[in-house]
Design a protein around this ligand. Structure first.
Ligand code: ZN
Length: 156
């Protein structure tokens, strides 16, 4: 789900409201979510039937998003969002770090490569994101003037 709108139009508030609409996890799903959290060394959501809602900061690294292998494999945020949602507020600010995302959304798994092979982890989540219609945020607004060039709008 991609929410596009002018600055201060309520995109982020609306996206966060979705969190309360997600149905609870089944016991089996909750066990899988807890296993991934334990593997990553993070806290299990409380109560354990609440679906994960992972909202990375715009400066997050690709390794933190997708997982990495340094001495041992560590799940990324896409795996911690398994059975829940990954919320990317201001999607364009994540830019080039997201090149792997379409494949992960299709396959619903993520692969962490390392010298001895590769580890595949679950990553079945709903992607929720917000964006402005252009860099200044006012493209197409009936009451404000967009300051961007057509090239800037297209690239954005
Ligand atoms: Zn603009």
């Amino acid at each position: 789900m991609l929410l596009i709108g002018a600055p201060e139009s309520g995109k982020t508030v609306l996206a966060r409201a979705l969190r309360g609409l997600l149905p609870p996890l089944s016991e089996t799903e909750a066990a899988g979510v807890a296993t991934l959290a334990a593997f990553a060394g993070t806290a299990v959501p409380e109560p354990p039937t609440v679906r994960p809602w992972i909202a990375p900061a715009p400066g997050v690294s690709a390794a933190a998003l997708f997982g990495r292998h340094v001495r041992r494999s560590r799940p990324g945020l896409v795996s911690l969002a398994h059975r829940g949602a990954l919320f990317l507020d201001d999607l364009p600010s994540f830019s080039a770090r997201l090149v792997r995302l379409p494949t992960i959304l299709d396959d619903r798994v993520v692969t962490i490569a390392h010298a001895a092979g590769a580890l595949t982890l679950p990553a079945a989540f709903q992607l929720v994101a917000t964006a402005r219609p252009c860099p200044c945020g006012w493209f197409g607004d009936p009451e404000a003037i967009c300051q961007c060039t057509p090239q800037q709008v297209r690239r954005y």
